[in-house]
Design a binder for this molecule. Structure first.
Ligand code: MN
Length: 291
């Protein structure tokens, strides 16, 4: 199942390039009362709503996906978790490029099994999230603002202390993530959390459609020029282990997003650029950059 949010917060099922309007599903969500439990309400109840979604689709109006404005498929993530330095070739380019490390964010991890073992994971502000149709607004003009294309994992079940062996059971689905980043000395949580600096899209693909998230080809071009192209088999710390590491520290809630790390080829984008990202088995999206 491919689930999207579009236009004025409509809910869609995507099939063969068409978006079927199943917004009526929101009437099946229980009313919210203060204090609200963290987590995205639709994803919290998604397992019980799948049959109803398919029934709604049978009689739903549809539009070509190219004619809708895609929002983030997760409306209310409690947090966006991200892995630093999770592909060897990106570790190497980060070490070699002073514009990336600034003498501050040195990627060496001698004495540790992996960069994640040394640095852990970090958080991006939930207010930074947008969908493909909303685009990226440059928050730091005149500086190097980079694309980082990543496999994004979306949590479906509230959990804590999940072992890697059990990790796939808590995944709702996958999407393409763009971990937009300004290079500089500031903390990652500042450089990667400006409004629009977390792009999620084009839609959520439920976990049953992705047999193995650790073998997916993915890429990004900017104005048609190839920038990053890799396969998730080269993740240093894979999807299941990232869930183990993240859930050791944080309770994970439905709708929480884990951006799994970016491969080599990070580079700058400027207003007017159009990024085109794709991940095998998930889909593809155009994301415009503006001032
Ligand atoms: Mn990243």
């Amino acid at each position: 199942m491919k689930l999207c949010r579009y236009n004025d917060n409509r809910v869609g099922l995507v099939e063969d390039g068409l978006v079927y309007d199943v917004t009526a599903i929101t009437a099946s969500l229980p009313p919210l009362a203060w204090p609200v439990t963290p987590g995205d309400q639709l994803l919290t109840h998604l397992p019980q709503l799948k049959d109803k979604l398919l029934a709604l689709k049978a009689n739903a109006a549809s539009l070509p996906i190219s004619e809708v404005r895609l929002l983030s498929p997760v409306a209310n993530p409690s947090k966006i978790i991200a892995a630093p330095l999770n592909y060897h070739a990106h570790v190497a380019e980060s070490a070699a490029d002073k514009q990336i490390h600034n003498g501050v964010h040195l990627p060496g991890y001698e004495g540790f099994a992996s960069p994640v073992a040394k640095f852990g994971v970090f958080l991006k502000s939930p207010s930074s999230i947008v969908g493909a149709g909303e685009g990226v607004a440059i928050a730091y003009p005149g500086r190097r603002n980079d694309h980082e294309v990543e496999l994004a994992v979306i949590i479906g079940t509230q959990c804590k202390n999940v072992s890697a062996a059990d990790a796939f059971s808590v995944i709702a689905g996958y999407a393409i993530g763009l971990d937009m980043t300004v290079r500089g000395p500031e903390d990652r949580s500042y450089r990667k959390s400006a409004d629009t600096y977390s792009v999620l899209g084009p839609y959520l693909v439920t976990a049953d459609e992705i047999a193995d998230p650790d073998v997916l080809d993915f890429s990004i071009t900017v104005n048609g020029e190839p920038r990053q192209s890799a396969n998730t088999r080269d993740l240093i710390t894979g999807v299941a282990e990232l869930i183990e590491v993240a859930s050791r520290a944080y309770t994970l809630y439905p709708g929480d997003i884990i951006m799994t790390g970016t491969p080599e080829g990070v580079n700058t984008i400027v207003p007017g650029d159009v990024m085109h990202a794709r991940i095998e088995g998930i889909g593809e999206m155009d994301v415009a950059v503006r001032a």
